[in-house]
Design a binder for this molecule. Structure first.
Ligand code: TMP
Length: 254
């Protein structure tokens, strides 16, 4: 796979041209940024773990009928995905108050929300990803009302499924961010889940102790950042202890 054409380099991933038309190779870096890249660092092994965690979650979601861009993992740091036209939105779902919601609305972090809340942010680094409403999204043509209906339906299904999956291994899914893309097959367009789902874009707390196992350990200088990501993989039963063949199933927590 040497000398493939690089199409895009983001903060945590690089996209290369794939082996067949309509495919891309998604490479996971160890680089981490926070607060719109004002804070930068490296989390050793993060790329390997996020590649594996995102593969696992996308596969499980695929099994319940959620369309995703994921095709297959290629190696420790790369996965093959379908090329989609990314909708320029960060779709955030919150189950428990944390992060910017807790700050913005003055709600104590850890407060269970009366229901799951979806928020949209316009993907634009120069503008620092501002929060936007459905009105902005449809007025500026980033997505149609019909696209948004699909996005909300998919997002709520993903939230229900992943909340249960994580709770089964003793983790509370506090909030997370999804990205969607448009995929054309013949003349039909489908909205599919894209990007990645990993501790970089989820808040994952131990269900009993509340201990953080996600990128907040990096954002807030809590230490043991690598260990947090590893613990998520371990609980999901996908942490290769003695190489990639040593993969167990999920460990059910009592
Ligand atoms: P927030 O509380 O900072 O708004 O973050 C909400 C969720 O979205 C959290 O799980 C982290 C994730 N997120 C990203 O994946 N990328 C981002 O750029 C931001 C700001 C948040």
């Amino acid at each position: 796979m040497a000398r493939r054409r690089q199409l895009y380099e983001g903060k945590a991933k690089i996209l290369f041209e794939g082996p067949e038309p309509g495919t891309l190779v998604q490479y996971f870096k160890d680089d981490a940024t926070a607060f719109n890249a004002q804070k930068r660092g490296t989390i050793t092994g993060k790329g390997v773990l996020n590649n594996r965690i995102s593969e696992y979650l996308m596969q499980r979601l695929g099994e319940i009928g959620i369309p995703t861009h994921f095709i297959r993992r290629l190696n420790m740091r790369e996965q093959l995905v379908r090329e989609v036209e990314i909708i320029p939105l960060e779709v955030v779902v919150r189950n428990v108050a944390a992060g910017s919601l807790a700050t913005r609305l003055g709600i104590q972090e850890g407060t269970r929300l009366p229901r799951s809340i979806i928020e949209y942010y316009y993907k634009n680094d120069a503008l620092q990803d501002p929060m936007v409403s459905e009105e902005h999204i449809t007025a500026f043509g980033w997505a149609s009302t019909h696209d948004l209906d699909d996005i909300v339906q998919l997002t709520l299904r993903v939230n229900d499924f992943l909340s249960g999956l994580f709770l089964g291994v003793g983790i509370t899914l506090v909030d997370f961010k999804l990205e969607f893309g448009r995929l054309w097959e013949n003349d039909e367009m489908r909205i599919v889940l894209a990007d990645e789902i990993s501790p970089d874009n989820c808040r994952l707390w131990d269900a009993k102790t509340g201990e953080k196992m996600d990128k907040d350990r990096f954002r807030r200088d809590l230490g043991k950042v690598e260990e947090g990501y590893q613990e998520v993989a371990r609980r999901l039963g996908i942490l290769p202890e003695a190489g990639i063949r040593d993969l167990k199933g999920p460990e059910v927590m009592q």
